[in-house]
Ligand binder design. Structure first.
Ligand code: FAD
Ligand code: 2HG
Ligand code: ZN
Length: 496
């Protein structure tokens, strides 16, 4: 597999060129001095200043780019891309660099095109809730921008303080609100994109309805920078809920998760906004690394896993009553599905309960190096997948402090999306070989997806056939060829 990957990478890069001094001189002419970081003359940025751009969030992928460009306008993006197109220079678009599949850093020495200097809100209509923003706007800053107008962003995720809306759209990020507000394929209304030859495609409409032929913007949602650079996003923001509550439920056994989901959906109906799952290992790691406040010993005793339920509705008393009734009905039966439930009593507790769930990724990164599998499989099989993987690693003699320390599962039950994380002391070929294709074969048996929400990036190009047919992959390759015949946009990502 390794040699096949090396061959693929050589083939993908065989017609592409490295950046030369003359290219940097050109970029220095068309961009302001602070927009060009390069170790090459006439610029002389110290190499270590480029490290953060060359290294992904997990510390798993490292590129060797000599040049990072930080344009301030769509026109500047267009001029950079047009030059790179003419010179056959590959480009990696980069947002907040929080991606978890190695898509946002170079495989070799591609130019990094960072959107971080494009961070203005272009317009917001408080009546329709339509927000038009530069692609480099940080998700949290957009949430803060629309808050005074009583609106929220339709997506939320643990990386909100760093990830950018352009990166979110490019990965078609799912996150914690998908259950309520659906995917970005629904809430993104329009995009402005610089195509691989530098042409600006203006599809930045703010129309709710527009059936004028092929919906081209959909192709860029989840394209991970392989079809063009997104420079502007028009997105529908929902009204802020008037009341939000959350409760964390401790379950004696995983078997209760799916029956619990059915009950919660039926009883909370329109006010249910999240149903998130963490297993006991994930909970313990979150607590160990200071993500949220630990529940009391009594509350966690005998708990095999936890579910965080959030409600968002129009009237506080009504929602609180529904939630209290739910808890009562869950506990006052012969065989309760839960051991206990801890209800947030104030905004600080609300955030703390969320931190236990949102903070797992951060906690895992503090514990060791993570092998991440972001898979769609039936919710009823989540535990079985985690247990089977753990047993498999044990049988290979890899489950010990010097190799794999923990195998854990958490994720979005409502979306059938399990995050299977294997936390190891380091990334090694033995662990990799034990996990793949083992995990992907499980996914394929369930006709699931090898990437539910994080994308393919560099990490899963070889795994695409486990979820997509040959016909689909061939069509994807033809689309790539049509948009980017020179193959300069994020080479080696998504497609081999
Ligand atoms: P980057 O990481 O910079 O880039 C991601 C990909 O998009 C790359 O392929 C890059 O080339 C491309 N790209 C970026 N910007 C552009 C652009 N303007 N035009 C074209 N291509 C572009 N993901 C989820 O789906 N749900 C979650 O709940 C979730 N939680 C997370 C929690 C944490 C703590 C972390 C670290 C990550 C999480 N992620 C989650 C993963 C990640 O996909 C998101 O963080 C986010 O969508 C990536 O945005 P970014 O701006 O950081 O993009
Ligand atoms: C989440 O749901 C994110 O917390 C990250 O998608 C998952 O780190 C992961 O595996
Ligand atoms: Zn997730």
């Amino acid at each position: 597999m390794l040699s096949r990957r090396l061959f693929t990478s050589r083939r993908v890069f065989s017609t592409l060129n490295s950046v030369r001094d003359s290219d940097v001189a050109h970029f220095a002419k068309i961009l302001s001095p602070s927009s060009v970081l390069s170790t090459l003359p006439p610029v002389s940025t110290p190499r270590d200043e480029l490290d953060i751009y060359n290294t992904d969030w997990m510390g798993k992928y490292r590129g060797k780019s000599t040049t990072v460009l930080k344009p301030k306008s769509t026109q500047e993006v267009s001029e950079i891309v047009s030059w790179c197109h003419d010179k056959h220079i590959p480009i990696v678009p980069q947002g907040g660099n929080t991606g978890l599949v190695g898509g946002s850093v170079p495989l070799k020495d591609e130019v990094i095109l960072s959107l971080s200097n494009m961070s203005n809100v272009r317009s917001f209509d408080p009546v329709s809730g339509i927000l038009v923003a530069d692609a480099g706007c940080i998700l949290q800053s957009l949430t803060d921008y629309v808050a005074p107008y009583d609106h929220i962003m339709p997506l939320d995720l643990g990386a909100k303080g760093s990830c950018q809306i352009g990166g979110n759209v490019s990965t078609n990020a799912g996150g914690l609100r998908l259950l309520r507000y659906g995917s970005l394929h629904g809430s993104v209304l329009g995009l402005e994109v610089v195509l691989p030859d530098g042409t600006i495609l203006d599809q930045l409409t703010s129309l709710r309805k527009d059936n004028t032929g092929y919906d081209l913007k959909q192709l860029f949602i989840g394209a991970e920078g392989t079809l063009g650079v997104i420079t502007g996003v028009s997105i529908l923001t929902p009204p802020a809920p008037q009341a939000s509550n959350n409760v964390i439920l401790a379950l004696p056994t995983f078997d209760n998760v799916v029956p619990l989901f059915k009950t919660v959906k039926r009883q909370l109906s329109e006010i249910l906004s999240a149903f998130e799952f963490i297993d006991r290992t994930a909970y313990d790691l979150a607590v160990k690394h200071g993500q949220g406040r630990a529940l009391s010993d009594e509350d966690v005793e005998g708990a095999q896993c936890f579910v965080l339920v959030e409600t968002s509705g129009g009237r506080r008393e009504h929602d609180e009553e529904k939630l209290a009734n739910l808890l009562e009905s869950l506990l006052e039966v012969d065989k309760p599905l839960i051991n206990t439930g801890v209800l947030a009593q104030n905004p600080a507790q609300f955030s703390s309960l969320w931190a236990l769930r949102e903070g797992v990724t951060e906690a895992v990164s503090k514990e060791g190096k993570a092998y991440k599998y972001d898979i769609s499989v039936p919710a009823a099989t989540f535990k079985q997948v985690v247990d089977t993987t753990r047993e498999h690693l044990r049988s290979k003699g890899l489950l010990h402090e010097d190799a794999v320390k923990h195998v854990l599962g958490y994720g979005h039950v409502g979306d059938g999306n399990l995050h299977l994380n294997i936390v190891a002391k380091g990334y090694t070929p033995e662990i990799q070989a034990a996990l793949e294709p083992f995990v992907y074969e499980i996914v394929a048996r369930h006709r699931g997806s090898v990437s539910a929400e994080h994308g393919i990036g560099a990490m899963k190009t070889h795994a695409l056939p486990y979820s997509k047919t040959d016909v689909s992959i061939a069509l994807m390759k033809r689309i790539k060829e049509l948009f980017d015949p020179r193959g300069i946009m994020n080479p080696g990502k998504v497609l081999e």
